[in-house]
Design a protein around this ligand. Sequence first.
Ligand code: NAD
Length: 300
Amino acid sequence: MRVGFIGLGNMGGPMALNLIKAGHALVVHDVRPAAAKPHLERGAKWAESPKAAARESELILTSLPGPTEVEAVALGTDGILAGAVPGSVYADLSTGSPTVMRKIHAAFKAKGVHVLDAPVSGGVWGAQRGTLQVMVGGEESIYREVKAVLQAVGDKVGYMGPIGAGTIAKLVHNMVSIATRAVVAEGFTLGVKAGVTPEALLEAIRGASFGQGLMLSQMLPNVIFKGDFDTVRFALKLARKDIGLATALAREYDVPMPMAAVAEQIMVEALARGWGDKDSTAPWLLQEEAAGVRVRETKT
Ligand code: NAD
């Protein structure tokens, strides 16, 4: 396929190289022309602007710092919209804003150009190896048309829903990943200050339920999505005891653990609801109540 690629940075650079390797004809552009050197050496063509790149492409991809750059490159003077051919597809691989992507989708639709938001996850390492997770939002038929090309960028390409859904999934992932780091930092500082080596802690956590990924493989699909908080696998009163013992240990060693303290208070609230003999996942119901939404499976 003739692919335009704009933004050849830490992620875009290797992603564009993988597209060349997969046999696609690339037209590339970046505000830093030097970033295109490895691509031009492998047969890619240089475009002077996003407009020029779009004019020659069936699929136009961008990997830019954020929503400000994406909006400027998509809708600005000499931008993609100015050059895109009706029937072509524009997919943004950056991490941006669902609102901006919906605005771009509407503006492009008027010209008969399809838009997908397709943020990626897996870091520079994943971009180099083509092992990224690509999270795609937009019309499903258009997703199916370009899925094979996106598979050169990531070996895990998934359809998330209408335009903006890819970006929402990506932001949820990054929030979970980044917030978890704060909890892990609390745990390791407590463990080390209380006398266990970091290597031993890593071994213990890796081999235990959290490290074995049971939250994703079991708890979410088999308990939460099914709303089964009454089958007790690990009683809430026992989980509350454990987090209480850990925060007590942190007090003994003067280790601040603000994230754990909040989690403990949520457990206390769940116990006060009379849920001690429910499963330890029951506090999930408090968040659902606060958020005004339920997280249950949609495909049965
Ligand atoms: P980067 O800054 O290395 O790359 C951005 C590229 O866009 C640069 O080459 C820059 O010159 C170019 N650029 C900026 N403005 C431009 C414009 N107006 N026209 C043309 N080119 C322009 O950033 P990155 O780390 O490659 O990240 C790109 C996107 O991917 C970001 O949205 C980021 O959040 C997301 N992301 C990054 C990682 C990571 O590990 N680096 C992982 C997943 C997702």
